[in-house]
Design a binder for this molecule. Sequence first.
Ligand SMILES: NC(=O)c1ccc[n+]([C@@H]2O[C@H](COP(=O)([O-])OP(=O)(O)OC[C@H]3O[C@@H](n4cnc5c(N)ncnc54)[C@H](OP(=O)(O)O)[C@@H]3O)[C@@H](O)[C@H]2O)c1
Length: 307
Amino acid sequence: MSAATWTTADIPDLTGRTAVVTGPSLGGIGYVTALELARAGADVVLAGRSQAKLDASAQAIRSEVPEAALTTTILDLTSFDAVRRAAGDLETRGPIDLLVNNAGVMWTPWATTADGLELQIGTNHYGPFLLTGLLLRQLEAAPAGRVVTVSSIGHTMARKAPLDDPRIKPASYSRWTAYFGSKLANLLFTYELDRRLTAAGSSVTALAAHPGFAHTHLVANGRGFGPLSRVFNASYGLISQDAAGGARPTLMAATADLPGGTYVGPGGPKEIVGAPTVVRSTRLSHDAEAAGRLWDLSQKVTGRSWL
Ligand SMILES: NC(=O)c1ccc[n+]([C@@H]2O[C@H](COP(=O)([O-])OP(=O)(O)OC[C@H]3O[C@@H](n4cnc5c(N)ncnc54)[C@H](OP(=O)(O)O)[C@@H]3O)[C@@H](O)[C@H]2O)c1
């Protein structure tokens, strides 16, 4: 396999492996990720906040892969209680070979999670941080557990690490600053997690991916674009790849023979579209001091200390 020409045909046989994919709604990157993992034979847990949407995704996957081994788990990343409940439900699953932290929101108006956190960083970072910590024991029980977290080109726009207390409303709220910060958090988290796993002698690795621009429900779900929303969504469609293209970096990070700390994205110009390949992230994303502080803050905010 050459990294530059990776395709879904390179996904190995995953029979006997268990994968948890968050945010697998139809039309999104998580859906295609779950579909391709199921096609390769993995037992896939679809983890999302709406049972109706989970059922629709399961039905669509089964229409393409009739033998797919699928289960569903309700997971709402905007509530630590709900995340703990989801992890409790998953406890019976035994070893988990792969956790894909895919679910996310973008450009949402000011709102808070059930625990009072700003919505974007709460959904995109703090919920996944807690979920990963709660599932670590099961990831360690697999021969080579892997955590893949989906970041974004948007992380390059973040000017500083998101180290402010997410429960305190900033003097002025910027939707983009909050989104970019949450996507930088995905990378700070991934690299710090991988460092801590290595230091602990764990068999689990942490990798990250980004889809470039992919035409999914992310823009529409941002809400608040008002009458411009249709225009914006349609223009986004013109410059982006489809959800399948957007899922390929995640699938490569999830299944290719790559070391912990690897970041995968589209190989085309500006990483917007194209076949997946190993890409670089910003210097700020590799700031180990900031990553350590974010880890400490995340433990404090979620109330769970791990690694
Ligand atoms: N599309 C792009 O161009 C792009 C670019 C950069 C990064 N990304 C990243 O790619 C990932 C997937 O996004 P997408 O483009 O596939 O968008 P999408 O179609 O909107 O999918 C997002 C998924 O996250 C789920 N989700 C949102 N809030 C949740 C919560 N509180 N609890 C559990 N699940 C929740 C959604 O569930 P519902 O269906 O219930 O809302 C949906 O399944 C995100 O992390 C995003 O930041 C996407």
